[in-house]
Design a protein around this ligand. Structure first.
Ligand SMILES: C[S@@+](CC[C@H](N)C(=O)[O-])C[C@H]1O[C@@H](n2cnc3c(N)ncnc32)[C@H](O)[C@@H]1O
Length: 262
């Protein structure tokens, strides 16, 4: 879903009901970052952690249709895929039939019952913390921290504000007015197909994840194809241009974990 304009004063994010409906069209309509990551940045970051995960637990929060688990789940001793959408979980279960060690849970990351929820040595949360409400985003990030085991690591992907501005500069010049651009810059909230979504600058997401409790946090770009922004990769205006990107943040629960380089 490509962003189009700045949000109204009280923007509404995607509800659980919207995600239930989107599940049926996920592959065509939603950016599946593991599938879109053609330069294998996520894979390289996992390798860079230099850990043997064969005795570890993976917890994918907001797992969608399960692409991370399908791709990486077999490295782990046990895997949990959690999402608040039952339809997403249904698709994920079907797609991950070949991964034997997975349990699927319905859970809302913004209201987790920490008494009943499993924790992970590697937690992943890919393009889930996008609510226009700062209070909800902070609750989700704090839950992510609580659900990451001591000495564990989290991989968080969020939409990039810098990338969005780059996309507009490259191809959509004239669509963002001065005032709109100022609003966007100050709040990082854009409308995506009529729904408000949060875009983070690199300093903002690093500060937010550190405030949630994570240590030794780093952020790098996961490049995504122009087609995710609604343009053909061979479009003449894209010649010689870089690709858009999301931010991939690596954070450690206690600061003593390995640091991924780059
Ligand atoms: C953009 S999709 C990303 C899916 C997957 N992580 C990926 O990268 O392909 C966002 C997913 O997060 C789920 N989600 C959004 N808010 C959530 C919440 N508060 N608790 C649990 N899941 C949530 C949605 O149902 C959807 O499956």
């Amino acid at each position: 879903m490509a962003p189009d304009a700045a949000a109204p004063l009280k923007p509404c994010g995607l509800t659980r009901g919207s995600w239930e409906r989107l599940a049926h069209a996920f592959e065509g309509e939603v950016c599946d970052i593991v599938a879109a990551d053609s330069r294998n940045v996520i894979e390289r970051v996992i390798e860079g952690l230099r850990r043997d995960f064969s005795r570890s637990v993976l917890l994918d929060l907001g797992c969608g249709i399960g692409t991370f688990i399908q791709t990486h789940g077999r490295r782990f001793q046990s895997v949990y895929g959690a999402d608040f959408s039952l339809n997403m979980l249904r698709y994920a279960r079907r797609r991950c039939r070949g991964v034997s060690n997975v349990r699927w849970l319905q859970a809302d990351l913004s209201r987790i019952d920490h008494g009943t929820m499993p924790t992970g040595d590697l937690t992943v949360c890919l393009n889930v913390v996008t609510s226009p409400s700062k209070r909800i985003r902070n609750k989700m990030l704090r839950s992510l921290w609580k659900l990451t085991n001591p000495e564990g690591t989290t991989l968080l992907v969020v939409p990039s504000l810098e990338s969005t501005l780059f996309v507009h500069r490259t191809i959509k010049t004239g669509q963002l007015t001065g005032a709109t651009k100022r609003k966007l810059l100050s709040r990082g909230i854009l409308m995506c197909d009529g729904v408000a979504q949060k875009y983070f600058s690199k300093p903002e997401i690093l500060e937010a994840i550190q405030q949630a409790g994570f240590r030794n946090c780093t952020a790098r770009r996961v490049w995504i194809p122009w087609s995710e922004e609604g343009f053909e990769d061979g479009h003449p205006r894209l010649k010689g241009k870089a690709l858009p990107w999301d931010w991939l943040v690596v954070g450690h629960r206690d600061g003593s974990g390995d640091r991924a380089s780059g």
